[in-house]
Design a protein around this ligand. Sequence first.
Ligand code: ATP
Ligand code: MG
Length: 882
Amino acid sequence: MDQSQKWTARKIRQSFLDFFEARKHDIVPSAPIVLKGDPTLMFTNAGMNQFKDYFLGNDTPKNTRVTDTQKCLRVSGKHNDLEEVGHDTYHHTMFEMLGNWSFGDYFKTEAIEWAWKLLTEVYGLDKDRLYVTVFEGDKEDELEKDQDSFNNWKKFTAEDRILNGNKKDNFWEMGASGPCGPSSEIHIDLRNDDERAKVDARTLVNMDHPQVVEIWNLVFIEFNRKADGSLEKLPAKHVDTGMGFERLCMALQGKQSNYDTDVFTPLIAKIENLSGIKYGKDEQQTIAIRVIADHVRAVAFAIADGQLPSNTGAGYVIRRILRRAIRYGFSYLNMKEAFIYQLVEILAEQMGEFFPEIQSQKQLVEKVIHEEENSFLRTLEQGIELLDRHVNWVLDVKKDDPEMRKILDGRKAFELYDTFGFPIDLTELILKEKGFEIDRLGFESHLKKQRNRSKEASKSELGDWVTLKDDEKEEFIGYDYTSAQVSITRYRKVVAKKKELYQLVFSLTPFYPEGGGQVGDKGLLHNDNENIEIIDTKKEHGVIIHIAEKLPGNLEAKFQAEVNTDLRTDASYNHSATHLLHQALREVLGTHIEQKGSLVAPNHLRFDFSHFSKVTDEEIQQIEDLVNNRVQKNFSLEEFRNIPINKAQEMGAMMLFGEKYGDTVRAIKFGESIELCGGIHVGATGEIGLFKITHEGAVAAGIRRIEALTGATARKYVNEHIGTLNIIKQELKNVKDPIAGINSLKDENSKLKKQIEELIREKAKGEKDVWMNNAVQKDGYTLIIQKTALDGGAVKDLLFQIKNENENIAAVIGVDMGDKAQIAVAFSDELAKEKGWHAGNMVKELAREIKGGGGGQPFFATAGGKDPAGIDKALEKAKTLL
Ligand code: ATP
Ligand code: MG
């Protein structure tokens, strides 16, 4: 049997999870690929990310053994494989990392034994193709060789297959400080027998050989790296492993490239089908197909997890990945129209069973990708046109200038890159076809200058935390209190956009930190001696941070921390109204509605959701009515704090894709609306008072936005509108039916417009007669020199009429517009040729008299100026020229 039929990707994934479940591991879901609330990381780049707090000791796990497959993305920051992807056959942007974890439970013995057993007995991989590495020790850190791991491996494999690795490859650290420890990697040799006989695999391990690759990394976390660089033993020892799923599929299916496994073959078949180009024939085209098959996965999963392509941050990274795919399709597969969106269907079929988010949001993902493709393809076209024009201009005008001939200067290339998002290597490719080059150094220097500018602009400095009190728990009590006596436990200074601010952490706090769309609380920190304003509250790594513009004089004192309850109450109206809006949207528009972003501020609310057409006025009215009915019903708040997540699900609470929920959650219920939410809410919906939608529109392909007001702000909005209407009624002198009043005004207006046009036409006709009467017959042509008060457009019309009706006309018209002047010059075509006259050149010269400039074709040209007093002089001059 073909190996790829025996070991399908699905079966490989499931067998991994089953294997560890049988060894008392809980199977947990993959965390979202897009991270929220972690300022150090944009995307999940390893399986351990979601368990960071367990290693740091900030949180305790429910089960000390866990297993999963984690969606990872390595396209930015410390782990960035983007440039390799497609060019090699075993690095992806998005990949699945299979992992098993022990939090203070089993250690090296079990981790190594199970890894070996799974690979060789369950999966049946050939032992002779496996090699392992162990940490060789490090002088600087005073660490011995990892003899434990060595001894454990020796139970299963020959000593000469256990290779030493240095600190770079075999000592894993999360960051500059924190939990860390030696790692042990498993590598596999997938070369054919001939090659294996020729070169010893030992010399190829960790040498970037495409068929001798690392598949599994076992990390043994047993140290803590302290800020001063020294290591201390952790009280508990942990296991953190990560195996590349696609590489494992390659090994088990007997392939030599990840792209030949059933993870990718359906996608590649579709690309072949759409482009008519065969995979594996031409090198460049094959790379392009790999790039596209890879990138569509990253982009689709990021969108499904809530990250739309945009111009900043994580959204920009996603946009750039998609553009890289579009560009490879455009340049190497000749795909000039959107096509990548059509791959989403295949992806959803393949992965939807295990990752339901991609199945249920397929339509949205397709829409977003399609729209991005169209807009970038337009950009590419514009850029190419611009380049063509430049090339033609150089070839035409500058043909005698050898310097100019072959090189596009760096500034121009940068302009294309910067304003059109036109990638430099594409510019280079297109120019190369025309025998041109780019001044690459010039381009780089412009790029560098711009980077420095934006670095300067976004420069921020983080001071070190100053700890005042060490051991107090910084508890949030804001659901029950809006004021509390606190002390400051630590603080630091930050400089952002040249402004100095202080971040304060309290022993406990009633302040709500920005989150779940709701803005952070503002308020006051005060005692008998001083008042410090808190201008915002945020949460970072689980710590609530209060932001102030200055520090208290006495940091050790006790303070009253007082939330601004006016603002908070207003925000609570908007937050509860947001839940009712979400519920109404699903009732009126359908259950395909997914929340895609929300803002809850004291003075308004904003709600983004997936939906594929404009919400009609009738639908808006229905939605608003549903919400207002429930406001009137005055449903009491039912709050469920710290309930298990499955209990909340049973109650029917809505879960959002791309959100990570803990084992226990808070659920908020008003009538039939139940949401998982950490925000601040009203005691009963009647407090909202009034709900008013003020705007509905598109924010991106497939994403709509509703903005709305509540309470006093909504009343004010309604009253202002009624006030405006009253004024309109009075002005129209038609109080009963202002619409009829407006319609009759519009009718009258269009009648008047027609009359005016008629009058202008008559006036112009009169003017034409005057011009022809005043014309002078010269040697073989008719010369018209006139001053007029007609506007420029009318003058142009008249001149073209005259040229049409008469032969051999030369005309110079000065237009006096009071504060500005214009000159128009027109010649009959044959006359201009015969006499060698050029209207464009002549008007330039005449324009000097009216202090202006202009130009145009040989037969017709205009110029504008700011000095009408010069018109007569200009006309005199014209007489001498003609
Ligand atoms: P490599 O040296 O091959 O880039 P790595 O040292 O970066 O691997 P780890 O950070 O240890 O890898 O990740 C654990 C496992 O995840 C690796 O053993 C490998 O199988 C897989 N892996 C890592 N990066 C990628 C990637 N870009 N695409 C696919 N799989 C990957
Ligand atoms: Mg790597």
